[in-house]
Design a protein around this ligand. Structure first.
Ligand SMILES: CC(=O)SCCNC(=O)CCNC(=O)[C@H](O)C(C)(C)COP(=O)(O)OP(=O)(O)OC[C@H]1O[C@@H](n2cnc3c(N)ncnc32)[C@H](O)[C@@H]1OP(=O)(O)O
Ligand SMILES: O=C([O-])CC(=O)C(=O)O
Length: 421
């Protein structure tokens, strides 16, 4: 059994929430009372977003109206396109999203008539288009050679084994000149216009990435991943967003805080770190030996362990099954086996289980998604949880300001500047 180190607010109840339960006895993971298993099996990301932000599941008419609203909100304003184009090709995609978020806030500020829920919808619909506009703009600017390495946008390993089915034709589409209809806001060419009547956040993202309609399986798994990533109580990025909200700052600043906190490898950044790790191995045997060696050297293996869950992460079981299905679909016989080998060693050696980030990495990879988009996709989803928490914090606000135990020097005499060493 592992003994927890002190610090990090571990085990501290830092407030109340009615939004979700994480790892509570007999409750597992629930969003407003609904189990994650039911949400992932029967629900959609739009239903989940509505539930988290509006507090109830939408009925048929509400869901249709909500999808229409998101579809209409998915057109990137011209000014925002220009701003994104000014950002360097090798910028960190999470910083691109922070800039995009704050820039939108200057153009469409929060006001008495446009509140957090409406802005959340706008950001949910626009985050994918922002990321992909910047991505495609620089790929075209690179001269049409699809030089991903030069742009440092994808890990070379990810590029090598991108699913042939999903990625087929992507290079030529994204490097062509003329913009396509309705995908024009991302600057790439589409084979066929996107049908806004059938808009979902998942189908739109994959369409803008690949320049064509994705297969149903990819859309379904992407949608499930958005459901799984949507909300998780007082995780670091949500707590950070609540701290910002507690100072009475505006909604966009709370979200920018959340994005910056999610980026780190101990939190949302882990899904990219997982991909970088497992693509170093050629087969399961190599993965097993390397994992043992890393553990012996006291290194962390990303995608394992959790602050709250002690036995398993219920989201991991769900995404693992989908990752396996996608590995067969993508005809990739190596990466899933490599992942399972790492998992087996972690269970044997450390009694640690995979968290959501571990098998999400391969699921996204098998869909042909570049590694450096994994954590930005987490943002699209977590916007819903962040928003629910920002609204909850505002409803019953008191500034979040704990105290610290002082461990610094005792009072010192003031030294004149010429006396200092
Ligand atoms: C969607 C999400 O954000 S899920 C989290 C994604 N993050 C990761 O996957 C990063 C890897 N995991 C970790 O670093 C941690 O497990 C965290 C950050 C998730 C949780 O951190 P904590 O609750 O502080 O765990 P803590 O550090 O106390 O772990 C207990 C012991 O298990 C070890 N351990 C925990 N996770 C791992 C890991 N992934 N690899 C190796 N050892 C680990 C720790 O080193 C520690 O051992 P020690 O007592 O010998 O020092
Ligand atoms: O709860 C946490 O600490 C991290 C996590 O799994 C999440 O934010 O989804």
């Amino acid at each position: 059994m592992t003994v927890k180190k002190p610090g990090g607010l571990a085990g501290i109840e830092a407030g109340e929430t009615a939004i979700s339960t994480v790892g509570k006895n007999g409750l597992g993971l629930t969003y407003r009372g609904y189990s994650i298993e039911d949400l992932a099996e029967h629900g959609s990301f739009e239903e989940t977003a509505y539930l988290l932000i509006r507090g109830k599941l939408p009925n048929v008419d509400e869901l249709a109206a909500y999808r229409r609203k998101l579809a209409e909100a998915s057109q990137l304003p011209e000014t925002l396109q220009r701003i994104l184009e000014l950002l360097p090709a090798d910028a960190h995609p999470m910083e691109v999203l922070q800039v995009g978020c704050i820039a939108l806030g200057t153009m469409e500020p929060e006001s008495a008539s446009v509140g957090a829920a409406d802005i959340a919808d706008r950001l949910i619909a626009l985050t994918g288009p922002m990321l992909l506009h910047w991505h495609h703009f620089h790929r075209r600017a690179a001269g049409g050679d699809g030089s991903v390495e030069a742009l440092q946008l994808e890990s070379s390993a990810s590029e090598d084994s991108v699913d042939a089915k999903a990625a087929e034709g992507v290079e030529s589409e994204v490097t062509a000149d003329a913009p396509g209809s309705n995908g024009s806001d991302t600057g790439e060419v589409q084979e066929e216009p996107f049908d806004l009547d059938h808009y979902t956040v998942a189908s739109h993202f994959l369409y803008l990435l690949h320049g064509k309609h994705a297969e149903h399986l990819a859309i379904r798994v992407f949608d499930v991943s958005l459901i799984l990533y949507a909300e998780h109580e007082f995780n670091a990025s949500t707590f950070a967003a609540r701290v910002t909200a507690s100072t009475l700052s505006n909604y966009y600043s709370c979200i920018a805080t959340g994005i910056g906190t999610l980026r780190g490898n101990l939190h949302g950044g882990a899904n990219e770190a997982v991909m970088e790790l497992i693509t170093q191995f050629d087969n399961a045997e190599e993965a097993e030996a390397a994992t043992r060696a890393r553990l012996a050297a006291k290194q962390l293996i990303m995608g394992f362990g959790h602050r709250v869950y002690t036995v398993s992460d219920p989201r991991s079981d769900i995404i693992k099954k989908w990752s396996e299905t996608l590995s067969l679909w993508a005809d990739d016989s190596q990466l899933y086996a490599i992942s399972e080998a790492v998992e087996q060693v972690m269970r044997q050696e450390k009694s640690l289980f995979p968290n959501l980030d571990f098998y999400s990495a391969t699921a996204y990879h098998f869909m042909g998604i570049p590694t450096r988009m994994f954590t930005p996709i987490f943002v699209i989803s977590r916007l819903t949880g962040w928003t629910a928490h920002i609204m909850e914090q505002r409803q019953n606000n008191r500034i979040i300001r704990p105290t610290a135990a002082y461990v610094g020097p005792d009072p010192l005499p003031w030294p004149a500047v010429h006396e200092r060493h």
